[in-house]
Ligand binder design. Structure first.
Ligand code: PLP
Length: 386
């Protein structure tokens, strides 16, 4: 039993973020400006994307991405139920329909073999989610989308820095959306990024992120700016502030070392749990780099006398914060009622959800923290073995 409670997630912040933020505060320019531009440039360079547009959340990023590909009322978007609310709610912003496709049991990412049957003439985009930071099977997804002439928008909220077959996530599809929420692999408190190779898509995202005002709206209060602007569409207020971008720049420079620490924690968990028959360790792909945003353990419930909720409760009693990712979207009341979804419609997502437990995995965890999680899991398994 730990003396203090180990939270499920904590950001890795120090003097480097403080120094960057201090610079912004002292400059007197606290909203979108030079720091945001630098953050965009540095992020684009790291993932190898032509454009990176910084916004105030991944939800905003995906809303803008769907706007940029021209989603309209009654259109359909193929996506996965095994994700957070944001992935599908942005589809509903347009009164369009999320078409849920089940996931691969080992990886919990959308199953490319099932995507083919989900296309209709109304399909306007495919949104795979790199759940936990593990890239989805992009070749199969992109090939299916390409055959139909439909763009792919990657929900990469968990997937920085992640690699699929030698390409960084962010440099593969028409549009890729990242999250810098407080618990994510790099954080700006709240924040997001849209990456694309396409000049037109980038321009549309930039314009719609700031009120639909044509070109460089943020510059209108600077010396080089002008009071004159034109509204070309009813846009949104999704711009990132320089305070957030300053934090992002500091986080970006630490991203590799934070990733290395999470990878090491995942390795240690794997070593401890891989041969425990009551547990299933997360799937990994040989041709990808997992960002290890989450460590999604699965319980072999037929070998345990407690259920998943009790397992989480036992961890809590041992002083360890755990979580569950995710309650599949199709079993939530809204999607159940609006689209008549039943749990068994997406049997893999539903079955795997019932036995998933996410363990803490963040770079500030000490070796003792990691060991205490391993010890607690082992003790719970030993006490409740069937
Ligand atoms: C898979 C997924 N997509 C999108 C989001 C939305 O990110 P944000 O909070 O930056 O809007 C999240 C947030 O947790 C997420 O887990």
């Amino acid at each position: 039993m730990r003396k203090n409670f180990l939270p499920f997630a904590l950001p890795d912040l120090d003097e480097t973020e403080l120094n960057e933020i201090r610079e912004v505060l002292e400059s007197g320019w606290v909203t979108t400006g030079a720091k945001t531009k630098r953050f965009e440039e540095e992020f684009a360079a790291v993932v190898g994307a032509r454009h990176a547009v910084a916004v105030n959340s991944c939800t905003a990023a995906m809303h803008l991405a769907l706007d940029a590909v021209g989603l309209r009322r009654d259109d359909e978007v193929i996506t996965t139920p095994y994700t957070f609310a944001a992935t599908a709610e942005v589809i509903r912003y347009f009164d369009a329909k999320p078409v849920f496709v089940d996931v691969e049991p080992d990886y919990l990412t959308i199953d490319p073999a099932l995507i083919e049957k989900a296309f209709t003439p109304k399909t306007k985009a495919v949104i795979p989610v790199h759940i936990a930071g593990l890239p989805a099977e992009m070749d199969g997804i992109r090939e299916a989308a390409r055959r139909r002439g439909v763009p792919v928008i990657e929900d990469a909220a968990h997937a920085f820095p992640a690699i699929y077959k030698g390409h960084m996530i962010g440099a593969i599809s028409e549009l890729t959306c990242f999250s810098f929420y407080a618990t994510k692999t790099i954080t700006t408190g709240e924040g997001g990024m849209i990456c694309t190779e396409d000049d037109g898509l980038a321009e549309r995202c930039r314009i719609m992120a700031l009120h639909g005002i044509s070109k460089d709206a943020w510059k209108r209060y600077t010396a080089e700016g002008s009071w004159y602007y034109e509204i070309i569409a009813p846009g949104y207020k999704y711009n990132m502030t320089d305070v957030a971008a300053a934090m992002g720049l500091a986080q970006l420079r630490k991203a590799q070392s934070m990733y290395a620490r999470r990878k090491e924690i995942a390795r240690r968990y794997g070593e401890a749990f891989a041969r425990v028959s009551e547990l299933q360790v997360p799937g990994d792909r040989a041709d990808a780099q997992h960002a290890w945003h989450l460590y999604m353990l699965r319980l072999n419930l037929d070998r345990l006398s407690i259920n998943r909720a009790q397992f989480v409760e036992e961890l809590k009693k041992s002083g360890i914060g755990a979580s569950v990712h995710f309650i599949p979207l199709h079993i939530h009341p809204y999607y159940r009622d609006a689209f008549g979804c039943r749990p068994e419609d997406l049997p893999v997502a539903y079955r795997e959800y019932l036995r998933e437990v996410s363990l803490p995995i963040f770079s500030k965890m000490s070796d003792d923290d990691v060991q205490s999680v391993i010890g607690a899991v082992a003790a719970i398994v030993a006490a409740h073995r069937r």
